[in-house]
Write a protein that binds this ligand. Structure first.
Ligand code: ZN
Ligand code: ZN
Length: 707
């Protein structure tokens, strides 16, 4: 909003009429008092759905009824909460630009909506395609099918004339251009914008679309200043006009020449009042989740949603909402797993008691809960991001790490943190030393990472000491890094062994575990906690600990929601995944927003390098996503142990940003290559690279230093 104000306010076209923009609004998280402000400033408010469901399939397959609930109802919703006239809302853009064939246009015809601006064209870029109706068959190329095929009189199509990126590839929105100027390169951005503008201006003057998300401008300062310059140029051209999308269809319906158009009076809008109300917490019908809402109306009774756009009644379970049913099913499955899992968690330790918040206090004890440590407000809470990579560290995957995560800093200029849960077999300890010296955190993932998974499920305290407790000394020795910089563990296959895992951690002085997924406490997310008292976390992959085990912390793995609505603990374990770079990026962002706009529980980005390397679109999407994160002032990519430090002593974000950056004492490495080391356990020969002297045999469980 700050950006809109600075970029758009008091801008006038050369005919002295105010320059205007169009905002395609989604309901979730929208502050309706700001919608009112934008409307009163002369901008156009348009529809972008109530739910902005993350599943692209949902939109592709949406039928007429769904479209009515998502868009026609949204018009009443916006009019009500922002207190603006229903008949000032004319336009629709479908989420993800995913067309739904005839359904959305039939909805528009019934609801009396004027135009759709979802449909990109790559073929008609120069000269561009003008807005048209669907009485007769469209000749526009169908970039994201299904496109409408029926004769549907009434609604207009405003084609999204694609831009051409720096390599000649088309892009429907500025922020989806693949080859774009560097974020800080103002000159590059300005030229890029001008080139695309000139295709229209010096061509057939079809409407030039500058379609962009606000965050993209915010994180690319070069674009921001270039855009300002560009708008200054446009506002000084006698024959260019920055207008609401609706004004374009008005003109197309009654075209007048330039000299007549310039003489017209400016559109004069009646101002509407906003008696701002702050509402909440409001229960959402769809999720175990509360919202706050700012409105210009009276407060709704529940959080407004599809099928209940005004939040009037306490809705019953909504039958015709496929996503909800999907969620219910997956929750049921999780419960079944949990029940079976409990049967395995037998041992002699006394059960932990329900948590007593008076006895369990920071810094060394915390009840399992979704409350923000220190009772901070979400907006005062640093949003931590935990990027982690699992399994062996090799020269090959270190190349990926060098390219994706080295030399990155958070918005406070401190180097980012990343955590590596490494297992021993095939690991190159020279690379471990390098990652450590880059300031990243090295953590434990067992010596053998052996199969089957059941080994880990039933592993005894003693076996875990040999696999994980001993691994700490092993890494410290071969990578020549201090053992006391190793704080964390992730069980192979996320398979804990109940209390044994945490008893082992207690003995081995391991601070935190990051193996325990939660599908129930995701929004708001569960913060890290200790096991002094009984955990209330759902047990997805049992057995989970049941005893009172003071000392170790749990960093819950707050699951993501995949495109089918199913939970996934690690990014590469999601089942319904996106296809394109852009969809991946959206997918990351959508999951991130649950945290950032929620209780700011640490956001986990848990992945294997082997998933990224063969997928350039995922690689690119990750880089873009990290670029965004690294430019948000209250977002911090940190080592996992830094989160525990903060939870023990929580401070508000304005203090946190002033702290000194993390320091890593350099650890030397005299690279040594040890060829042909035999392991009697695996009956294989290994080639090992270390920062120490060579071991006598290949190190393994029960002989971690290979003596
Ligand atoms: Zn969108
Ligand atoms: Zn693993």
């Amino acid at each position: 909003m700050v950006l809109y104000r600075s970029l758009l306010s008091n801008r006038r076209n050369s005919n002295t009429c105010p320059a205007a923009a169009t905002f395609f609004v989604t309901h979730e998280y929208t502050d309706y008092t700001l919608v009112n402000e934008l409307y009163n400033a002369g901008h156009e408010i348009a529809l972008h759905s109530i739910t902005h469901q993350v599943s692209v399939d949902y939109w592709r397959e949406a039928d007429y009824a769904t479209m009515m609930r998502e868009f026609a109802d949204q018009r009443s919703q916006i009019a009500h909460f922002a207190n603006i006239p229903v008949n000032s809302v004319h336009g629709v853009r479908l989420p993800f630009l995913q067309m739904a064939g005839n359904a959305s246009f039939q909805m528009m015809a019934s609801a009396g909506l004027t135009y759709d601006i979802t449909w990109p064209t790559n073929d008609y870029r120069d000269p561009g395609l003008w807005p048209y109706t669907l009485n007769f068959r469209s000749t526009q190329d169908c970039v994201i099918p299904p496109c409408p095929t029926a004769s549907i009189p009434g609604p207009w199509v405003i084609p999204m004339n694609s831009w051409t990126d720096l390599q000649g590839l088309p892009c429907a929105m500025v922020d989806t251009c693949f080859h774009h100027p560097h974020g800080a390169d103002q000159e590059g951005w300005f030229n890029f914008i001008m080139q695309n503008f000139q295709r229209h201006y010096l061509g057939n003057r079809s409407p030039f679309g500058f379609y962009v998300h606000e965050w993209f401008v915010r994180v690319n300062p070069g674009l921001r200043f270039a855009l300002e310059r560009f708008l200054d140029v446009v506002n000084n051209l006698n024959d260019a006009f920055m207008v609401n999308a609706k004004e374009v269809t008005d003109w197309v319906q009654n075209p007048v020449p330039l000299n007549v158009y310039r003489q017209r009076p400016c559109q004069n809008r009646l101002q509407t009042q906003c008696g701002a109300n702050f509402c909440g917490p409001l229960r959402a019908p769809t999720a175990d989740k509360n919202y706050y809402m700012q409105v210009c109306s009276t407060c709704p009774r529940v959080y407004p949603w599809i099928n209940n756009p005004l939040g009037l009644i306490k809705p019953m379970l909504v039958d015709n909402w496929p996503k909800l049913k999907g969620n219910m099913r997956s929750v049921v499955v999780v419960f079944l797993v949990a029940i079976f899992a409990l049967a395995y968690a037998e041992d002699e330790l006394p059960l932990a008691e329900p948590c007593d918040a008076d006895l369990c206090k920071a810094p060394d004890c915390r009840c399992s809960s979704q409350d923000i440590p220190g009772n901070l407000e979400p907006r005062n809470t640093p949003q931590f991001v935990l990027l982690t990579f699992d399994d062996a560290i090799t020269e090959l995957n270190t190349q990926t790490y060098r390219s994706i995560i080295y030399r990155r800093t958070n918005a406070n200029k401190c180097p980012i943190g990343v955590t590596f849960f490494m297992h021993h077999e095939y690991t190159d300890y020279i690379m471990v030393n390098e990652l450590y010296n880059q300031g990243f955190e090295i953590a434990l993932h067992s010596i053998s990472h052996r199969i089957p998974q059941d080994f880990w499920r039933y592993a005894s305290y003693e076996e875990l000491m040999r696999e994980i407790g001993d691994q700490k000394q092993q890494i410290a020795f071969f990578a020549n890094i201090p053992a006391n910089t190793i704080h964390g563990v992730r069980s192979p296959f996320l398979q804990m062994s109940g209390n044994n895992t945490f008893k082992m951690m207690q003995s081995a002085g391991i601070t935190y575990d990051s193996s325990w997924p939660t599908t129930r406490f995701t929004d708001p997310g569960m913060w890290p906690y200790t096991l002094d008292f009984e955990s209330t976390q759902d047990c997805v992959v049992g057995p989970c600990p049941t005893a009172s085990i003071p000392g170790p912390w749990v960093i819950p793995m707050i699951t993501w929601t995949d495109l089918g609505g199913f939970p996934c603990s690690m990014v590469d374990a999601c089942f319904h995944t996106p296809d394109t770079e852009d969809e991946w990026f959206q997918f990351f962002f959508k999951n991130f927003q649950k945290h950032y706009f929620g209780n700011r529980a640490p956001f986990g980005f848990y992945i294997h390098e082997a998933f990224i390397r063969p997928r350039p679109h995922v690689w690119r999407a990750i880089e873009r996503f990290l670029d965004v994160l690294n430019n948000i002032n209250d977002v911090f990519m940190v080592n996992a142990n830094e989160v525990i430090d903060w939870v023990k002593n929580p401070i508000p974000v304005n203090e946190y940003v002033k702290k000194d950056c993390r320091r890593t004492t350099p650890a030397a490495c005299r690279p040594t290559i040890c060829p042909g080391l035999f392991s009697a356990d695996t009956e294989k020969r290994y080639y090992m690279r270390v920062c120490s002297r060579c071991p006598r045999s290949y190190p393994w469980v029960n002989n971690p230093l290979g003596l």
